[in-house]
Design a binder for this molecule. Structure first.
Ligand SMILES: O=C(O)[C@H](O)CO
Length: 411
């Protein structure tokens, strides 16, 4: 039975990730849109190439000009009519500044006959930048490092990054005015705060100057005079010509998983699409739910989001593998239960695995292979433990990035 549960878990995850692939999601959204005939396309983010490919398929010659800005190694074959470039991520580099200048000059060349189609995905904040006067690349790199190392949530990091930028916080849409702007977003933000994705180049910015200073103070950012001047400038609060559509996100990831689980005959509950707590606590908590429901199924519990790992040991792992290992410890010996935790992008932490899938026997398989599962958890060594029990999930990079999916099945 566990093997059926395990294959059902993987089928559910594969289906929901497939439904949130950038090309599929973008094509579906474009099919429903009323778009003019003079389209300029700007694709920015880790999924930019895939989204641009979908736009090329759907709109063909109606795209007058296109630009793709993506992370190093994320470009595939040439798309006719598109200029493509790579830039730095997670730390911006001089190519990011070239990308920002290019995007702004493209936007400002448009008039009211034009329609700017922005295809946005995670990673865009670092990949495309144009700095406020007096701020240089060195300042930008140092601010980004401090913010990323502070452990601050990405939404907070982007509140500050927006203020220092001429292209973020809706300013790209302002540059494109009077052209109409439509932005399709593949979101990597838990909670779907769309204006945080890639620092919202075409969306109004709700954050205030005071919030930005509070975050800067908390993270002990060193602000030069030019940075303070930039922080003081108001960001756009309304953008009448700009509309935003979410094409893929963690909520859709959970809905697709739920749809598949129901089709497989499970009574299904989406527990949350904004999981954010410590990975091992999520694993133990889910195990306690599983222990209660095992034997009362078939039931499916679906969760989406991104847990965190406060690393204490020097083992190898990732948040999904750590969640699965914690789950394995607490469901040991229980029949009729399987728990999978998988990164939709196919990479979990600094490992080649996407996550882990465990059942009531995983703990014992680890012990037989000479691993102490509890010690492995303390040492953040989930990758070695799950490898020993044959419980790693290896998908390779999937091409999308809409956070993580957790599926627990009980019979
Ligand atoms: O680019 C960014 O800011 C992050 O990936 C969030 O979208």
């Amino acid at each position: 039975m566990a093997s059926d549960l395990r294959s059902d878990c993987l089928e559910i995850a594969t289906y929901s990730i497939g439904e949130n692939m950038p090309q599929k999601a973008t094509l579906e959204a474009l099919g429903k849109l009323d778009i003019g005939d003079r389209i300029t396309c700007l694709a920015v983010g880790k999924a930019a190439w895939h989204m641009a490919k979908a736009a090329d398929t759907a709109l063909g010659d109606r795209i007058a000009r296109g630009i793709i800005i993506t992370k190093t190694g994320h470009l595939k074959e040439d798309i006719p009519g598109f200029f493509a470039m790579e830039a730095g991520h997670p730390i911006p580099d001089d190519r990011s500044l070239k990308a920002g200048a290019l995007a702004l000059s493209l936007a400002s060349s448009l008039d009211e006959q034009d329609h700017l189609m922005v295809l946005l995905s995670g990673g865009g904040s670092s990949l495309m930048e144009s700095l406020m006067p007096g701020i240089n690349l060195e300042d930008l790199i140092s601010i980004n490092r401090t913010l990323l190392e502070s452990g601050a949530p990405i939404e907070d990091i982007n509140v500050v990054r927006k203020r220092l930028s001429m292209v973020k916080a809706g300013r790209l849409a302002l540059a494109a005015s009077p052209a109409r702007v439509t932005t399709l977003i593949l979101s990597d933000i838990v909670g779907n705060d769309l204006e945080a994705v890639a620092s919202g180049p075409t969306m109004p910015d709700r954050a205030t100057r005071e919030q930005a200073y509070m975050i800067a103070d908390k993270d002990r950012l060193y602000l030069t005079r030019a940075m303070k001047e930039a922080m003081d400038m108001e960001t756009p609060k309304t953008l009448t010509l700009s509309e935003t559509i979410s094409v893929g996100d963690v909520t859709k990831l959970c809905s697709a998983a739920s749809e598949r689980a129901m089709a497989l005959g499970y009574e299904t509950t989406v527990l949350t699409a904004s999981l954010r707590c410590e990975a091992k606590e999520a694993g133990s908590f889910l195990a306690s739910i599983g222990r209660y429901h095992a034997g009362k199924g078939p039931k499916a519990f679906i969760l989406g989001g991104e847990t965190v790992v406060h690393v204490r040991g020097d083992g190898l792992g990732g948040r999904n593998q750590e969640l699965a290992l914690a789950g394995a410890i607490d469901i040991r010996g229980i029949e009729g239960i399987a728990l999978a935790s998988i990164g939709s992008d196919g990479t979990d932490g600094p490992t080649d695995s996407a996550g882990g899938i465990v059942d009531g026997q995983s703990f014992f398989r680890m012990v037989e292979a000479g691993i102490d599962p509890k010690k492995a958890l303390e040492e953040n060594d989930s990758n070695r433990a799950l490898m020993a029990s044959g419980d790693l999930v290896d998908t390779g990079p999937t091409g999308t990035n809409v956070n993580d999916l957790v599926v627990m099945l009980c019979t």
